[in-house]
Design a protein around this ligand. Structure first.
Ligand code: PGA
Length: 254
């Protein structure tokens, strides 16, 4: 089901699988229409199904990534790309090793470098030089973060170093032996970086995302809920499974 709320499109799918398939079809359509698309990519458990479907589509010759350029939203800091918990490793395992995105067209903040300012400036500069991101995929944290833009008193604009929230460390502990091993820092695209992308597709699945999705779409725009800024984006689509959509649908329909 497709709903319109203010300028936002909300697509509700029956389950996680169908959420991922819908996102994959949108991304593949983007690449078909514009083969040299600039894609903004996300990690986490939510987009895994989307990547799986995209790999299948690629194997069936339904999509060709040979001309795309990709920019990932964020990366822990410091971390080496070979570390299994890095987002560089995640992207290889879930997507890049199966498809034909060129190695030199893959961009993920280089968290093995010491100079943080240089990492951030280079990243912004590289995005700008491409002409900007055509399609940005986002997940959302239980605390409303997009990328690693954590709840704050102001919106951080450009790519920057982030101190991760306790809530994020707790949520991501499942990927590590213990929560003490979750890095405390990360490099993330900023809110302006994200807001400047031409089209945004945000995915959310599961009952634990229902409240934050409702706050994001219908609540006040505040840096305390970083994703709420998306209410001001000119082309944003939320693809939700039924559980993640439950509260926002109740709010909109009453
Ligand atoms: P998740 O993370 O997909 O693993 O829930 C989303 C996020 O933190 O942005």
């Amino acid at each position: 089901m497709k709903h319109q709320y203010k300028n936002m499109t909300i697509i509700v799918k029956n389950d996680y699988d169908n959420m991922g398939k819908k996102a994959a079809r949108i991304l593949a359509a983007q690449v078909t229409i514009k083969p040299n698309s600039i894609l903004g990519l996300a990690t986490g458990s939510t987009p895994e199904g989307m990547y799986k479907k995209l790999v299948k589509m690629y194997q069936k010759d339904e999509v060709d990534f040979s001309e795309v350029t990709t920019f990932n939203l964020d990366e822990y800091y410091p971390i080496n790309a070979s570390n299994k918990q890095s987002y560089a490793y995640y992207m290889q395992q879930h997507f890049f090793k199966y498809v034909n995105v060129k190695d030199e067209a893959i961009n993920i903040p280089n968290s093995s470098m010491k100079d943080i300012n240089l990492i951030c400036e280079n990243y912004e500069e590289k995005i700008r030089a491409t002409g900007g991101i055509d399609l940005q995929i986002l997940g959302i944290g239980n605390n409303g973060h997009i990328g690693f833009n954590e709840p704050d008193v102001h919106f951080e604009s450009e790519t920057h170093l982030v101190t991760l929230d306790e809530a994020t460390i707790k949520a991501n502990a499942r990927f590590f032996d213990k929560s003490q091993n979750v890095p405390k820092l990360a490099i993330s695209m900023g809110i302006r970086t994200i807001m400047q992308t031409k089209k945004i597709v945000l995915l959310a699945s599961g009952a634990n995302k229902a409240q934050i999705i409702c706050d994001t779409i219908t609540g006040v725009i505040t840096p305390k809920v970083p994703a709420s800024i998306l209410q001001l984006h000119q082309d944003v689509v939320f693809i939700l499974d039924k559980e993640a959509a439950s509260k926002v649908m109740d709010r909109i329909n009453h």
